[in-house]
Design a protein around this ligand. Structure first.
Ligand SMILES: Cc1cc2nc3c(=O)[nH]c(=O)nc-3n(C[C@H](O)[C@H](O)[C@H](O)COP(=O)(O)O)c2cc1C
Length: 348
């Protein structure tokens, strides 16, 4: 099948994913917090960026590569961490890690993913990124870092935009609890989505194996929180410095939005700042990433990969890469760019 003819854009994959996912799973992937104003602002501020097309620049040999922390990647994006990825599509972590690694782009495994570093490690070829929700207890921190490193994760990503749990009203309305409890309502939603139901049945119910071992003695939780909240703390600058010292490799802070924090982060030895407001899932009055740093664009993606996987299985992420690659080259051609570094010069 010609996937480019049938699914020419990300919106097509998104529509297909929605058709294949039970409502509560779709709402988990697609929703944000509150009125979703931040989510819409993220899109609107990106759309507001314009670039001046270039003419008469002759034929161009496109170089779409970027170098990050000493590694050259053929394309300027990667896979962002998504908790409970396996709820969206069974085995999502390993499948996306394999496609990303085969393409030469980074895959980031979430602390609260439904597969642990030991299981995903063989798919990242020593180049994985591991995202940490900061555990409170030093012994758990150390153990998690050791496990991630031993499994082949080279870059550590500390997420700082979840100091507390957020309210995700759309998720709650759909009947989703953490962990998902099989109520008659959820079962009815599942019954309407046989492809997801069969795949999930074959793979088993998704859990959070990375941290489950640390939470065995913990009592029950409110239905909107998961075990991650029992273990993690709201970190401060001392925590960040501790982590920097403890991790021997590239260290990225994810979820910074305030330009005033950038020099402090740099001083603390952070190698990369991942500008993000968590896709509007945490706070509904945040500015869009494109607004806070007009010259920079979010260089990594989370939802797109999961729309693709849910839409087409393993063909989805591969198709997405080709789609983005073609898009990138078409736009570089319009802008007269040989390399991505030149893009800033075409901003208006
Ligand atoms: C369903 C879902 C789960 C997520 N889980 C995590 C997570 O566990 N850790 C984290 O740092 N970010 C998490 N994020 C945020 C993403 O990594 C990313 O920052 C966000 O989705 C914005 O990128 P996008 O516009 O490409 O989706 C999650 C996002 C979604 C949609």
């Amino acid at each position: 099948m010609d996937l480019h003819a049938k699914y020419p854009g990300l919106d097509d994959l998104k529509r297909r994913a929605k058709q294949r996912l039970p409502l509560f799973v779709w709402e988990y992937l697609d929703s944000a917090t509150g009125q979703e104003a931040t989510k819409h602002r993220n899109r609107a501020t990106l759309d507001a960026i314009t670039m001046m097309p270039s003419i008469l620049h002759g034929e161009i040999e496109f170089d779409t590569s970027v170098t990050l922390f000493g590694q050259t990647h053929p394309l300027p994006f990667g896979v962002a961490p998504v908790g409970m990825s396996g709820l969206i599509w069974p085995d999502a972590e390993r499948q996306l890690a394999r496609v990303a690694t085969a393409t030469g782009i980074p895959y980031t495994l979430s602390t609260v993913a439904s597969a642990d570093p030991e299981t995903v490690g063989p798919c990242v070829d020593g180049k994985g990124w591991f995202q940490l929700y900061p555990p409170k207890k030093p012994e758990i921190r150390r153990d998690l870092l050791d496990r991630a490193r031993a499994a082949g994760f080279r870059t550590l990503v500390m997420t700082v935009d979840v100091p507390v749990a957020s309210r995700r009203e759309r998720q709650t309305r759909s009947g989703l609890t953490q962990p998902p409890r099989m109520t008659p309502r959820l079962l009815a939603q599942i019954a309407m989505r046989p492809a997801w139901a069969m795949a999930t049945l074959a793979h088993g119910r998704p859990r959070m194996p990375t941290i489950a071992r640390y939470a065995q003695d913990k009592p029950g939780l409110p239905p909107t929180e998961h075990i991650g909240y029992l273990l993690r703390t709201s970190p401060d600058w001392d925590y960040l410095r501790w982590l920097r010292d403890a991790w021997d490799g590239p260290f990225v802070v994810k979820g910074a939005m305030d330009p005033n924090d950038a020099p402090k982060l740099e001083q603390a030895g952070v190698d990369g700042i991942w500008i993000s407001n968590h896709a509007g899932r945490q706070f509904d009055a945040a500015p869009g990433p494109a607004e806070v740093l007009p010259a920079m664009r979010a260089a990594t993606m989370g939802r797109a990969w999961h729309y693709a996987l849910a839409a087409l299985g393993l063909d989805g992420p591969r198709h997405l890469i080709e789609m983005f690659q073609k898009d990138l080259q078409a736009n570089m051609g319009q802008l007269g760019l040989e390399t991505l570094r030149q893009a800033a010069g075409r901003l208006r």
